[in-house]
Design a protein around this ligand. Structure first.
Ligand code: NAD
Length: 292
């Protein structure tokens, strides 16, 4: 499953929708995303640059806030409060991880839920975990991107055995919930699971999100399994100019021989994550507009 091409298609749709909104309602209807980063982490800076570039490509206004490493808890929460009040900011993203001295829970809980385009607010996550009640305003971008990618490739999850490897609040847990609501039979494996490979051998669909390079081996996979690889791991590679390359949580070459569908790394889930951030930002903006 080509996440790069699918994300490009989603961006095209988002760009058309942004143009339509501005045409119908004027410049105040242009969606705006605030991206806050604290400190100098190179990987975070790369992600933030990619997110801002994607916004610009589709016509979403992006407002960058680069705060120094020593920013205090109070100062960061003040920034979030100011962004909550701004009319031109429809979505707020605080790039994780935050520096050690900052309590990220307090920061994320302070984002107004209608602007929580990352979907990490406990009310949004709580709503995601319950069925038959008010749905969340936003679903976290990586899980949403995995499901969107499978949808666009016609992978039906209903009744299937799905193994999700990883239970983090930002990937594994919300993804398991999304799949459960689509009537998949979901097994969550984690660091204390005994014999993850045996669980994977039963799976029609495997989603790997544990952050361990090439963790899932070809020998674990059922023939024609669908494999979604969320992992992004830097491994040393002296042949590369930057000295490393990115690999997923699945041994791609081996797994590709057995799987019916598989996502590469890079070029799979990563671009879909950013595309879903754009769709969430447009949704956030549209909630303030009269239907047109
Ligand atoms: P995390 O470190 O918060 O969680 C890792 C999870 O893996 C934990 O729940 C842990 O219990 C589980 N785990 C660890 N060892 C295991 C083992 N031996 N067997 C089974 N489970 C095990 O990581 P995360 O934030 O959920 O991210 C997971 C991976 O996905 C990382 O490689 C990260 O870089 C990547 N990621 C990619 C995107 C994207 O857009 N593609 C977005 C977020 C995270």
């Amino acid at each position: 499953m080509d996440g790069k091409a699918t994300a490009a298609a989603v961006r095209g749709e988002v760009a058309a929708e942004v143009a339509r909104l501005v045409d119908a309602h004027g410049e105040t209807a242009r969606p705006g995303l605030a991206v806050v980063i604290v400190g100098e982490r190179k990987d975070s800076q790369t992600y933030v640059r990619a997110k801002r570039r994607a916004c610009e490509e589709v016509g979403i206004s992006s407002f960058g806030f680069e705060l120094p490493e020593e920013t205090t808890q109070e100062a960061l929460q003040d920034v979030v409060r100011e962004l909550n009040a701004r009319q031109d900011v429809h979505g707020i993203l605080v790039q994780l991880p935050l520096p050690e001295h900052i309590d990220d829970e307090k920061v994320l809980d302070g984002i107004e839920i209608g602007k929580d385009v990352d979907g990490f607010h406990p009310l949004n996550i709580g709503r995601l975990c319950m069925s038959g009640r008010t749905p969340p305003l936003f679903v976290p971008c990586t899980p949403k991107g995995c499901v969107e990618l499978m949808d666009r490739y016609g992978v039906d999850v209903e009744g299937k055995n799905v193994v999700v490897i990883g239970r983090s609040n930002i990937v594994g847990l919300p993804l398991a919930m999304l799949l459960l609501h689509r009537n998949a039979t979901v097994t969550i494996c984690h660091s204390r699971t005994r014999d993850t490979s045996a669980k994977v051998k039963e799976a029609d669909i495997v989603v790997a999100a544990c952050g361990i390079p090439k963790f899932v081996d070809k020998s674990w996979l059922k023939k024609d399994a669908v494999v979604v690889d969320v992992g992004i791991n830097a491994v040393d590679d002296p042949s590369k100019k930057r000295g490393y390359r990115l690999v997923g949580d699945v041994d791609y070459e081996g797994a590709a021989e057995v799987a019916s569908f598989i996502t590469p790394v890079p070029g799979g889930v990563g671009p879909m994550t950013i595309a879903m951030l754009l769709t969430n930002t447009v949704e956030a903006c549209k909630r303030h507009l009269p239907a047109k």
